[in-house]
Design a protein around this ligand. Structure first.
Ligand code: HPA
Length: 271
């Protein structure tokens, strides 16, 4: 059986031979958040199905390509479409690309996602800088034997979301004249959206927004020593006593509407 380190080397070698730029920043785009990809100049696209050890992405709205090009003049790698636990992948499989990014010389990882808010001060269309997370997915990407060459056995998660990048993001938003929220992201297994009792519970335990991704990737990025910035687009808000319903189509549409702000913020953030 191939070891994780062996698979990382194999994939990194394949990509090193093909990628036109050496990037220090990688970006993972969430559902309905592909617009940033259109802003990448001189873009090279490699479908996941062509990359050894990458799995196909199975979700509608996640197209499944690795992009390499320049965003606002800076070399970036970008995953258009990510892997989720609910697709049937383990969180170790879902986070494999981040291991490869590290091997390729990436230093900073930016992530975006669509999320539902249970903080009543939030509105549909808001951007939320993730300050911290609560991990409730019933599988952990670092479970099993630890390869010390990849990272430590017991990982400190006290400062997972880089404070400097969060401050910089707030300044960029202020300069561009839009508001950003900051909060705690609850990571759930999906694929169901929450029952009212679950939204209430997540609020009670300190969550501001909930979604089905990002936290496994952040754990692995921190394990690999990358700097992390993550942002949620609030696509729905649950409120006590309200009549709540949500669909994937609505999530996609709301995410798409908030994209220009997110694209502007990410583009400035990497300079
Ligand atoms: N819950 C979980 N995931 C989501 C939601 C939600 O309300 N909205 C967008 N992704």
């Amino acid at each position: 059986m191939k070891t994780l380190a062996g698979m990382i080397k194999e994939t990194a070698t394949f990509l090193n031979e093909r990628l036109q730029y050496k990037a220090e920043t990688a970006i993972i785009l969430g559902s309905g958040l592909g617009e940033l990809a259109d802003r990448i100049d001189d873009k090279q696209e490699i479908p996941y199905t062509d990359i050894p050890n990458f799995m196909p992405s199975t979700v509608e709205g996640h197209s499944g390509k690795l992009l390499c090009g320049k965003l606002g003049g800076t070399a970036v790698l970008c995953m258009q479409g990510r892997y989720h636990y609910y697709e049937g992948y383990s969180t170790k499989q879902a986070t494999f690309p981040i291991r490869v990014f590290k091997e390729l010389g990436v230093k900073t990882l930016l992530l975006s996602n669509a999320a539902g808010a249970m903080n009543p001060d939030f509105n549909v269309g808001d951007l939320m800088i993730i300050r911290d997370h609560i991990y409730l997915i019933p599988d952990h990407p670092l479970r099993g034997s630890n390869d010390n060459s990849l990272g430590v056995r017991f990982l400190d998660m006290g400062n997972a979301y880089d404070a400097g990048l969060r401050e910089k993001a707030k300044k960029i938003a202020a300069r561009n004249g839009f508001e950003v929220k900051e909060g705690v992201y609850v990571a759930t297994q999906g694929p169901t959206y929450e029952t009212p009792a679950e939204y209430r519970y997540f609020r009670t335990i300190g969550g501001d927004a909930v979604g089905m991704s990002t936290a496994p990737e952040v754990i692995v990025a921190r394990h690999a020593g990358l700097r992390v910035f993550a942002m949620s687009i609030i696509t729905d808000v649950w409120r006590e006593g309200g009549n709540f319903s949500i669909s994937h189509e609505e999530v996609q549409a709301q995410a798409a509407a908030a994209q220009p702000k997110m694209t502007a913020l990410f583009t400035d953030l990497i300079h």
